[in-house]
Design a protein around this ligand. Structure first.
Ligand code: FAD
Ligand code: NAP
Length: 541
C-alpha cells in the first residue's frame, strides 16, 4: 500500500482505493470490510490508538448504557464467542480493551496513521479522486473517502468570560487525561448533567473535598442497576447470539426490548404504578421507556411516566429546593434519558452543593474560581460535561469540498443533510457513517455502524463488479429523504425537546432534527431496497 506523503517530498500524493477517517468502531469495521474486498486503504486517526469514543472519554464512571452483550459487533461469530463482557454495562476501559482486541485480531492497526488529524478533503473532478490533507503536512489521494468520524466525537466547551484566567485545572469529559485525575482534597465544579455528568458526578463526589454541580436544565435519570454479568447469562447469550441479534433488529432501536403490553390508559392507577415501579427496579433507560407500549408516542402515557420519575427524585433528594430543581419539566425521552448509579443520592452528601444557574447565573470565571449570582465559588478544578456538537461537529471540522467547489459547510448551511444519512448530494464517492438522516444516536449505535459499513462495502463491491468509478447522491433524492426524516421527527415527541438531537445546544447551529426516527427495521429495509433496485437516487458513472 502506498503511504501518505508530504507534498514537500516533491512527489505526487499517493493514491489508494479508499481513505477512512476515524478508528472508532465504525472506522475499524470499515477498514476490515474494505480489506476483505481487496482494496488498498489508508486510515487516519487523531488519537494515538483505536477506540474512538472509548479512547477519549475516560472520565470517572464512563460506561455504556446499552447492555454490553448487545453493545458489541455481530459480524464475526468467533469474536462473539471469545470476548467476555464482565458487567451488565461495561466500563470504558473494558470497551476500549474490546476495540483494541478487534484491531489486533483482524490486524487493522497497520492501515491507520495515528496522531494524525484530517484537515481537509477536496474532490478533484478531473481525476475522480479525493485529496485529503492531514496534520504533519500529509497528503493522500483516494477514489473513495469514508468519514467514520463519529456522531458524538466533537466535544463542546461553552465560552465563558475569564475562563482563560482561571488558575485551576480545566477538564472536559470527552478529552479526559489518560493518567486520570486525583480530586482528593480539591474543590471541584461540574457543569452539565447529561449522560456524561450523571455518570461522573457521584464518583467525583466520592473523591473531592467539595463538589459544586452547576445546573441549568435537569434531565431524568433512571438507575442503571449495573452488576457483574452472571456466567450462565453469558453462556445462554453466546449459545443463542445469532437468534438474539436477529430479534433485536426487529426493534426500533436495534436492541431487544421488553415492551409492556398495554397503553398507560388501559391500566388503572395501581397497575400503572406497579408497572413503572417494576421498570425502576430493573433499571436501564430502554427498559423504562418501554413500560407502556405508547410511552414514547402518547403524551398522556408519557406524562404518567414523567410524573413517576419526578416523584422518585423528590423522594430521594433530601434538600427540598434541590429536589425541586432536579425535576425536569420536559417529557421523559424527548431528551436522552440518562442512566446513573447513585446519581440523586450524591446530592445528599455533605460535600455536594447544587447550584441553580437559573437563579444564580454564571457571570464569569476568576483566577481562583467562578462567580455565580453575587458570590464567588473557590475552585481547584472545573469539569465541563457540556456535551458535543453532535452528528455534524467532527465532519464540519474538516473542510470538505465537493463537486464544483461547493463545500460541505455551504451544503449544510440550512441544516445537515445526506441522502439516506449516508452521502451528501454533490460529493461523489464520499460516505458518512451514522451521518445526519440515519438512525445513529437513536439506536444501538453499533448496530447502525455495522449496517452502514455493510451497505457501503456492498455498494463499492457492486461498483467494482460493474466497472464503475463513481457514485453520487442526487439532490432531489437527498431532499426528499431529509423531508421524510423531518416528517418522521415531527411526529415523535422528540421535536418538542430542546435537545442536541435538534442541534439546539450549539449556538448558531440550524435547528434540524438530525437523526432518522423511523426505527432501525424500516431504515434497514429502505437502504436494502435502494441497493437491490440498482441505487435509484444515486448517479453512478
Ligand atoms: P467514534 O467512536 O466517535 O470515533 C470517531 C473517531 O474519529 C475518533 O477517534 C476521532 O478521534 C476520529 N476523528 C474525528 N475527526 C477526525 C479527523 N478530522 N481526523 C482524524 N481522526 C478524526 N452508543 C451506544 O449505542 N450505546 C452506548 O452505550 C453509548 N455510550 C456512549 C458513551 C459516551 C461517553 C459517548 C460519548 C457516546 C456513547 N455512545 C453510545 C455513542 C458512541 O459514540 C457510539 O456508540 C460509537 O462508539 C461511535 O463509534 P464511531 O466509530 O462511529 O465514532
Ligand atoms: P449532553 O447530554 O449534551 O449534556 C450537556 C450538559 O451540559 C447539559 O446538562 C447542558 O445543559 C449542559 N450545558 C451545556 N452548556 C451549558 C452552559 N453554557 N451552561 C450550563 N450548562 C450547560 O452531553 P453528554 O452528557 O456528554 O451526553 C451526550 C450524549 O453522549 C448522550 O446523550 C449519549 O448519547 C452519549 N453518552 C452516553 C453515555 C452513556 O451512558 N453510555 C454517557 C455519556 C454520553 P442544558 O441542557 O441546559 O443545555
Amino acid at each position: 500500500m502506498s503511504q501518505a506523503r508530504s507534498p514537500a517530498d516533491g512527489v505526487a500524493a499517493p493514491v489508494v482505493d479508499a481513505i477512512v477517517v476515524g478508528a472508532g468502531f465504525a472506522g475499524l469495521y470499515m477498514v476490515n470490510r474494505l480489506c476483505g474486498l481487496g482494496m488498498s486503504v489508508q486510515g487516519f486517526e487523531g488519537g494515538s490508538d483505536v477506540g474512538g469514543t472509548w479512547y477519549w472519554n475516560r472520565y470517572p464512571g464512563c460506561r455504556c448504557d446499552v447492555e454490553s452483550l448487545e453493545y458489541s459487533y455481530s459480524f464475526d461469530r468467533d469474536l462473539e464467542q471469545e470476548w467476555e463482557w464482565t458487567e451488565r454495562y461495561a466500563p470504558q476501559p473494558e470497551i476500549l480493551a474490546y476495540a483494541r482486541h478487534v484491531a489486533d485480531r483482524f490486524d487493522l492497526r497497520r492501515h491507520f496513521r495515528f496522531d494524525t488529524r484530517v484537515k481537509s478533503a477536496r474532490w478533484i473532478e478531473d481525476e475522480g479522486l479525493w485529496e485529503v490533507q492531514a496534520s504533519g503536512g500529509l497528503v493522500q489521494r483516494a477514489r473513495f473517502c469514508i468519514m467514520a468520524t463519529g456522531c458524538l466525537s466533537a466535544g463542546r466547551t461553552p465560552h465563558f468570560e475569564g475562563l482563560d484566567l482561571f488558575r485551576g485545572r480545566v477538564l472536559h469529559t470527552s478529552t479526559w487525561p489518560f493518567e486520570g485525575v486525583d480530586f482528593g482534597g480539591q474543590r471541584v465544579a461540574v457543569m452539565g448533567v447529561g449522560s456524561s455528568g450523571v455518570q461522573a458526578i457521584p464518583l467525583i463526589a466520592q473523591h473531592a473535598a467539595q463538589l459544586h454541580v452547576l445546573l441549568r436544565t435537569p434531565n431524568y435519570v433512571v438507575p442503571a442497576r449495573n452488576s457483574p454479568l452472571p456466567p450462565e447469562q453469558v453462556q445462554d447469550w453466546k449459545a443463542r447470539y445469532p437468534e438474539i441479534r436477529r430479534r433485536a433488529l426487529g426493534f426500533k432501536g436495534g436492541l431487544l426490548l421488553d415492551v409492556g403490553p398495554s397503553s398507560a390508559s388501559e391500566l388503572d392507577a395501581q397497575a400503572r404504578e406497579a408497572a413503572l415501579e417494576e421498570r425502576w427496579r430493573i433499571g436501564g433507560a430502554f427498559s423504562f421507556q418501554s413500560t407502556f407500549n405508547d410511552l414514547q408516542t402518547n403524551v398522556e402515557s408519557n406524562r404518567l411516566a414523567s410524573d413517576f420519575l419526578r416523584a422518585k427524585i423528590a423522594g430521594i433528594v433530601r434538600n427540598p429546593a434541590w429536589a425541586q430543581w432536579l425535576q425536569p419539566e420536559h417529557l421523559v425521552g424527548t431528551r436522552r434519558l440518562c442512566v446513573g448509579t447513585d446519581y440523586y443520592e450524591a446530592y445528599n452528601r455533605d460535600n455536594v452543593e447544587l447550584v441553580n444557574l437559573r437563579q444564580e447565573p454564571l457571570a464569569r470565571f476568576t483566577p481562583t474560581g467562578v462567580i455565580v449570582g453575587d458570590r464567588e465559588i473557590g475552585l481547584d478544578a472545573m469539569v465541563f460535561a457540556t456535551g458535543f456538537d453532535a452528528m455534524t461537529g467532527a465532519l464540519s471540522a474538516i473542510e470538505v469540498t465537493g463537486r464544483g467547489g461547493r463545500t460541505l459547510a455551504q451544503h449544510w448551511h440550512e441544516g445537515a443533510r445526506a441522502h439516506l444519512g449516508l452521502m451528501p448530494a454533490g460529493f461523489p464517492n464520499l460516505f458518512a457513517i451514522t451521518g445526519p438522516g440515519s438512525p445513529s444516536v437513536l439506536s444501538n449505535v453499533l448496530v447502525s455502524i455495522e449496517q452502514h459499513v455493510n451497505w457501503i462495502a456492498d455498494c463499492l463491491a457492486c461498483l467494482q463488479a460493474a466497472g464503475k468509478q463513481q457514485i453520487t447522491a442526487e439532490d432531489d433524492a437527498e431532499q426528499s429523504w431529509m423531508a421524510h426524516v423531518r416528517d418522521l421527527g415531527q411526529a415523535t415527541l422528540f421535536a418538542d425537546g430542546n435537545s442536541w438531537y435538534l442541534g439546539s445546544n450549539v449556538p448558531g447551529k440550524p435547528r434540524v432534527f438530525l437523526p432518522y426516527s423511523g426505527g432501525v427495521p424500516a431504515y434497514r429495509e429502505h437502504c436494502a431496497r435502494v441497493a437491490a433496485s440498482g441505487y435509484p437516487g444515486f448517479d453512478i458513472r
